[in-house]
Design a protein around this ligand. Structure first.
Ligand code: ZN
Length: 510
């Protein structure tokens, strides 16, 4: 029972390159997703994030004697859609099960979950990881199951330095989260990834998150805990084909941490194995700040949760008609959609990554649909508008400017009414709520002056005010024209076509 635990502080990690020379890693990922249903899994309590502690509770989710649960139909629907999007089979008949264990933030002392009858099973997801050439390489991750369960409450440990229970004065429990619907998605062992294992783990969680968001079933925010990943890892001697003893690193809360946690555990496992010790099957805690895992609790495969079918709930038996109807609601796979859009728009990999990173794919797509050239749509949304979003502390899609506005502003640029500088003033007007782009151009008097007489007079004024510059240009130093163009643009309050101004200057001084 009590094997000596070797911790990284007293052990030299094996460098990653050496790990993959001598061992084959096997990954397993368990991802919990909190569904965005309006009410909880088995009662009508609201599910809003951030409410005052213990204000969203009732006898059912507090586990009071005699309270009876009822299954949330919307949660079952979301579970089926997730299963279908992961290419799973959907159970014709399945039950909930009680998973019995004691934990202070779980008021019933059992978690209503699914055991040997998950709602969805036997699926897969193709994930893309970059290879040495920078191209995408596809890696198939097999899905063992996706099952429904309920979340626990939250313990808050007060008085300790780190918010952990050790060293705390006392603990408080908030049951608002108890009973919120969860889907747990479990992969089969992922073997054959070798040195790419950390990236495959990250890419899988990233693509799963995108898929969940595209399905609209959760906001899947890892930093808020509405999506949480547990990372299982084991090593086996290279080529042996035998799975080693695994560890399970809990609640890894960012994509970057998923990759780092796998990398760290691979180096730690190798160090333990090469020192002649055994890997202890246990859960481990990930420490974001130091980038290491530390020992949690020992965990055997045969842990006896005394699962039994939940007697208070009827079985879930989704009709095939309903399943097919839900299949019809699936969005285009986000990875396939990205590849399609990138091809249609002619964006480089970097441009596409920036657009995805800014969450701007939808607004760019809508702007292009409204008639704007792809590069112009990209320029506004990822340049000027991304900068303003950043200033306002919001995401790009949350800006008050719409794709239709951006398309109209660019159309005015294309037809020569605005230049980019004037267009930015139109955006000022849009953010100030001054009306449509056309109304703002009219009200602020922003249109480019195309009156040749007025332009010519401004050019004459600039030449007269800058005789030395004019002489240089007469001597053939055409580069000096910039100073005169600047003077004309200033006099015209920016409302001139700089190209036409340059032509006029050169005509007059040649
Ligand atoms: Zn409740």
């Amino acid at each position: 029972m009590t094997e000596r635990r070797i911790e990284p502080v007293e052990m030299t990690l094996v460098p990653f390159d050496e790990v993959v020379e001598r061992f084959d890693p096997a990954l397993g990922l368990e991802v919990h997703v909190e569904l965005n249903t309006a009410s909880k899994m088995f009662c009508g309590c609201p599910t809003e994030f951030g409410a005052e502690p213990n204000t969203q509770v009732c006898p059912t989710c507090l586990g009071l004697p005699g309270a009876m649960p009822v299954v949330n139909r919307k949660a079952v629907e979301s579970a089926i859609r997730i299963g279908l999007a992961l290419n799973c089979d959907i159970a014709e008949w399945c039950r909930f099960a009680r998973k019995n264990y004691f934990y202070p933030d779980m008021p019933k002392n059992f978690q209503t979950s699914q055991y040997d009858e998950p709602i969805a099973f036997e699926g897969y997801m193709d994930v893309t990881v970059p290879n040495e050439e920078g191209d995408g390489e596809t890696f198939r991750v097999e899905i063992e199951r996706a099952h429904m369960e309920e979340d626990t409450g939250k313990s808050l440990h007060v008085g300790g330095a780190t918010g952990r229970i050790h060293g705390a004065d006392h603990s408080l429990v908030d049951y608002n989260r108890a009973g919120i619907p969860l889907i747990e998605i479990v992969t089969k062992p992922i073997v054959g990834a070798g040195a790419k294992a950390p990236e495959v783990a990250r890419a899988y969680v990233a693509q799963l998150r995108d898929l969940i968001v595209a399905l609209g079933v959760s906001d899947a925010r890892m930093e808020q805990g509405s999506m949480r990943a547990d990372v299982n890892l084991s090593l086996s001697p290279k080529g042996s084909g035998v799975l080693g003893t695994r560890t399970e690193t809990k609640n890894v809360n960012s994509l970057r941490s998923v990759e780092r946690a796998v990398r760290f555990e691979m180096s730690r496992h190798a160090a333990v194995l090469e020192s002649g010790q055994k890997i202890l099957q246990e859960t481990r805690h990930w420490h974001e700040d130091t980038g290491v895992t530390t020992s949690g609790r020992e965990k055997s495969d045969a842990e006896d949760y005394r699962y039994f079918p939940e007697p208070d709930l009827v079985p879930v038996a989704p009709s095939r008609e309903w399943v097919e109807e839900l299949r019809g609601t699936l969005p285009e796979n986000p990875t396939a959609r990205r590849a399609r859009l990138q091809g249609e728009w002619g964006f480089s990999d970097l441009e596409m990554r920036d657009a995805v990173g800014a969450g701007a794919l939808d607004v760019i797509e809508q702007t292009i649909a409204a008639g704007t050239a792809p590069q112009a749509a990209r320029k506004w949304w990822l340049g000027e508008l991304a900068r303003r979003a950043n200033e306002q502390g919001v995401d790009v899609p949350a800006l008050s400017v719409t794709p239709a506005d951006v398309a109209r502003v660019q159309a005015l640029v294309d037809e020569g009414t605005l230049n980019d500088k004037l267009a930015r003033q139109v955006f000022d007007g849009l953010f100030a709520g001054e009306g449509t782009p056309d109304e703002i151009v009219a009200a602020r008097g922003l249109a480019i002056v195309s009156d040749e007489g007025a332009l010519s007079a401004a050019v004459d004024n600039a030449i007269a005010a800058n005789p030395d510059v004019a002489d240089k240009i007469r001597d053939g130093k055409v580069a000096a024209a910039g100073a005169l163009i600047g003077a004309v643009m200033k006099e015209m309050r920016g409302q001139a076509d700089a190209g036409r101004v340059r032509e006029l200057i050169l005509e007059k001084l040649s």
